[in-house]
Design a protein around this ligand. Structure first.
Ligand code: NAD
Ligand code: TYD
Length: 351
């Protein structure tokens, strides 16, 4: 039985990754380590929390003593590292927590994993989940990000993730640590914290609140359905080559304003609003400081070498996402009111 540490499993992408691994691989023991910051929500994993191969541990990836003890307790074979501070706007107002978690936290995990695997005769792997934002910003209609595009991060978030990628490569180069890295484009789907564009706007439409479009809404993002990202992580974890990097993307570029108009249209259709109702909520606001213009991934390598391609078209993925938020209004309400933070206490700390 393989024992895998998944960090950040109570977050958005982490919860989809944990669910996929726990259900698809009953022969693996999955330990989900999460600090449960504002972004961590164990309600995301309600459907699998009683599975025999799933364990939750609350803790901080930057706490050396805690991480050392955790590795002693479980003797992990592999790590899939997703825990991070992940929201660009928060990184602009509160950068230091990004430095601590994304850089010190990753270094702490690498250090402890290296010590723990020193004498190991098993096949170990440290899989680091990263973002396309490390590559910087592209011109409109221009080229794509490739695996060998030079790093040029622009925000405190992306530069902290770029630093963590460099650390992972340094541990591979210096200590021969078995690592793999993936850099993915913007994800969307169920269980995303409603501070990010799509769930924030769905929530605001439902509450008839303004939809704050930064600048002129011309920035471009490449959107991927979150379950497709989790499937790519599965493929890379099992088939990726040690020391390699894989770009993951949806081949699905949208300007913010076009995406927002599509979202408004689809929500209006779904909840039977008269045509054009939600678009009236669009409000142009001051641009994000240092706002990256365009991200776009070339995902040829993962397609050619590992056979992964996105399974969903955007129109379908967005409809699925809207349906999920409409069917889970209580999840949205718990998150926006803050009561989701009681879930852990109720489920795990009752005695
Ligand atoms: P998220 O913010 O939804 O979740 C992050 C999780 O990490 C939360 O559960 C949080 O409690 C936990 N965490 C934060 N600090 C911690 C700490 N010090 N110790 C332990 N746990 C801690 O983020 P997400 O959107 O699911 O992103 C997951 C990973 O994927 C991140 O590494 C992010 O950089 C990367 N990524 C995200 C996207 C995206 O579009 N969201 C795209 C590409 C890559
Ligand atoms: P976001 O979901 O924060 O992801 P990222 O900044 O990592 O790409 O934002 C996606 C795009 O939407 C980005 O160009 C910023 C823009 N945006 C808005 O226009 N208004 C908002 O309220 C938010 C949260 C984002």
């Amino acid at each position: 039985m393989k024992t895998i540490l998944i960090t950040g499993g109570a977050g958005f992408i982490g919860s989809h990754t944990v669910r996929l691994f726990v259900t698809k691989y009953p022969e693996y023991k999955i330990v989900n380590l999460d600090k449960l910051t504002y972004a961590g929500n164990l309600e995301n994993l309600k459907d699998i929390e009683n599975k025999p191969n799933y364990i939750f541990e609350q803790g901080d990836i930057a706490d050396l003593k805690f991480i050392t003890n955790l590795f002693k307790k479980y003797n992990f074979d592999s790590v899939i590292h997703l825990a991070a501070e992940s929201h660009v706007d928060r990184s602009i107002t509160d950068p230091l927590v990004f430095i601590r978690t994304n850089i010190t936290g990753t270094a702490t995990l690498l250090h402890v994993a290296k010590e723990s695997w020193k004498e190991s005769n098993k096949k170990n792997l440290f899989y680091h989940v990263s973002t396309d934002e490390v590559f910087g910003s592209l011109e409109l209609g221009g080229d794509f990000f490739y695996e060998d595009t030079p790093y040029d991060p622009k925000s405190p978030y992306s530069s902290s993730k770029a630093s963590s990628d460099h650390l992972v490569r340094a541990w591979n180069h210096t200590y021969n640590m078995p690592v793999v890295i993936s850099n993915c484009s913007n994800n969307y789907g169920p269980y995303q914290f409603p501070e990010k564009l799509i769930p924030l706007f769905i929530n605001n439409i439902l509450k008839k609140k303004p939809l704050p479009v930064y600048g002129e809404g011309i920035n471009v993002r490449d959107w991927l359905f979150v379950e497709d990202h989790a499937k790519a992580i599965d493929v890379i974890f099992h088939k990726g080559k040690i020391g390699e990097t894989y770009n993951i993307g949806g081949h699905n570029e949208w300007t913010n304003i076009d995406l927002i108009k599509l979202l408004c249209k689809q929500v209006d259709e779904k909840i039977r609003n008269p045509e054009g109702t939600s678009e009236k909520l669009i409000t142009y606001v001051t641009d994000r400081s240092g706002h990256d213009l365009r991200y776009a991934i070339d995902a040829t390598k993962i397609k050619d070498e590992l056979g992964w391609i996105p399974s969903l078209q955007f129109d379908e993925g967005l409809r699925k996402t809207i349906d999920w938020y409409l069917e889970n209004i209580s999840w949205l309400d718990n998150v926006t009111s803050g009561t989701y933070q009681d879930y852990y206490k109720k489920q795990y700390k009752q005695d």
